[in-house]
Write a protein of this length. Structure first.
Ligand SMILES: Nc1ncnc2c1ncn2[C@@H]1O[C@H](COP(=O)(O)OP(=O)(O)O)[C@@H](O)[C@H]1O
Ligand SMILES: [Mg+2]
Length: 426
């Protein structure tokens, strides 16, 4: 029986399932509770479906009542809602930044301003409140237009010409499509995207292994954006040393800039980068939490004790030792393939029975997102992204083959998956 620290994990996606699994591997034998969790997480640890992770009072009351020694926040919404602020006021260690730090993700304009102050390489930009001012700020096409607020991955438009730019600016600033008052107009960068996440303790940023995700629904990066259809780790050419160099130029200065402003950042600082062919790079955005689906590919490779790292990150300077020694990684590659339901991303169909979850190869790890138990005890679809299927392999090609072999065995009506995840790494 687990007898170690009581840990509350907030969220209910495959990312949180991967976090729960990694915490369970801790030699501290934590007792984990997840809210709201999902059907897959509920098979492994306790879940509390009635707790709203975005209600700071309710989360504090629950954490206090159950004597949680650590709260790990998965998604951004609870952070933006101030859950970490409420927990720290109550003296409960929380892995995840307060509301001010979460503005890095919640406001693209704030994010750009912090990067500029911190000297982090990023695309040239202007912040505008009127379409005409936006058009006047454009020097060449394509240009990138970003709503200044959380927009569920739909607030970024790459405009090929003036007609498209005008339409986007009017949609955001006149029709107020995402309720934003301002937009960021920025230079379009070329290259390959990279996700580099770092654990932060307010002072020190400690990079995790590199990863890449796939946001579009169809092969070849076609079709609408999704929450993420797959990922892999590590990215060829971005090993430990390169990750540390990028972190020193990107995450560390941002962390220090926030600290100068009196914003201690404890949690994951996730940089979305564009890597140019010449080796240069620019930061596209920051997120303030673990990435989904990157986490499903990164954490199965982590050999260090995730629980100890997250505990340390809640203390100012707590990660200094870990940063000096570096993290331990499984040298193998990991590939994650996401299975989505019929209609996704425009809609999602619920209630399709899922088969093939039992008897998968031992090297295949399935994490749940939109799943539920039906009345007969079968697992059915209950959301857009349904499952993540991850496999390790000696190289990306082997991991990819194993992940797809596992994914093919899991069936449900309307199942959607991309067939080209990690192909570029092989
Ligand atoms: N300056 C840029 N140059 C080229 N592509 C960009 C740029 N900014 C964003 N993008 C593209 O748009 C996507 C979404 O932008 P991002 O800033 O990550 O916003 P969000 O994830 O909040 O939707 C990126 O993953 C990238 O593909
Ligand atoms: Mg992004």
């Amino acid at each position: 029986m687990a007898s170690g620290p009581i840990v509350l994990v907030l969220g209910g996606g495959a990312r949180e399932h991967a976090i729960v699994r990694a915490l369970e591997r801790s030699p501290q034998r934590p007792r984990i509770v997840c809210a709201p969790g999902n059907a897959g997480i509920a098979r492994e640890v306790g879940v509390v479906t009635s707790l709203d992770p975005c209600d700071p009072e309710a989360v504090c009351a629950f954490a206090r009542e159950h004597r949680a020694e650590l709260v790990v926040v998965g998604p951004e919404a609870p952070l933006v809602a101030g859950v970490a602020d409420a927990l720290s006021a109550a003296g409960i260690p929380c892995f995840g930044p307060g509301r001010e730090g979460a503005r890095l993700e919640g406001s693209k304009a704030f994010c750009k301003e912090v990067m500029l102050a911190a000297g982090v390489p990023t695309a040239a930009y202007s912040v505008v409140t009127e379409p005409e001012a936006g058009l006047a700020a454009i020097e060449r096409y394509p240009v990138v237009i970003k709503a200044d607020g959380l927009a569920a991955g739909k607030g970024v438009i790459i405009a090929a010409d003036e007609t498209q730019a005008r339409a986007a600016l009017e949609d955001l600033l006149v029709a107020h499509r995402f309720g934003t008052e301002q937009v960021v107009v920025e230079e379009h960068l070329q290259g390959e995207e990279l996700s580099l996440l770092a654990l932060c303790d307010g002072e020190t940023a400690l990079p995790l292994a590199s990863a890449q995700d796939y946001k579009r629904i169809f092969d070849g990066d076609e079709g609408p954006n999704t929450g993420g259809m797959g990922s892999y780790s590590p990215v060829p050419g971005v090993g430990d040393e390169r990750a540390r160099a990028i972190c020193a130029a990107v995450h560390q200065p941002v962390l220090e800039e926030l600290a100068r402003r009196g914003i201690p950042f404890h949690g994951v600082l996730y940089a979305g980068l564009m890597m140019a062919p010449d080796g240069g790079f620019g930061v596209l955005e920051f997120n303030v939490r673990f990435g989904d689906p990157e986490t499903q590919a990164i954490l199965p490779r982590l050999r260090s004790d995730l629980l100890a790292l997250l505990q340390s990150a809640t203390q100012p300077g707590g990660l200094a030792d870990a940063a000096a020694h570096g993290l331990e990684w499984d040298p193998r590659s990991a590939v994650t393939v996401v299975l989505a339901s019929a209609g996704y991303p425009e809609s999602s169909r619920s209630g399709d029975r899922i088969s093939g979850l039992d008897g998968l190869d031992g090297q295949v790890e399935v994490t749940h997102a939109g799943t539920a138990d039906d009345d007969s005890g079968s697992i059915v679809t209950a959301g857009g992204r349904v499952l993540s299927v991850t496999a390790l392999g000696t190289d990306a090609a082997a991991a990819r083959a194993a992940a797809y072999a596992g994914a093919e065995r899991i069936e449900f009506d309307g199942r959607q998956m991309r067939s080209d995840i990690a192909l570029r790494a092989t």
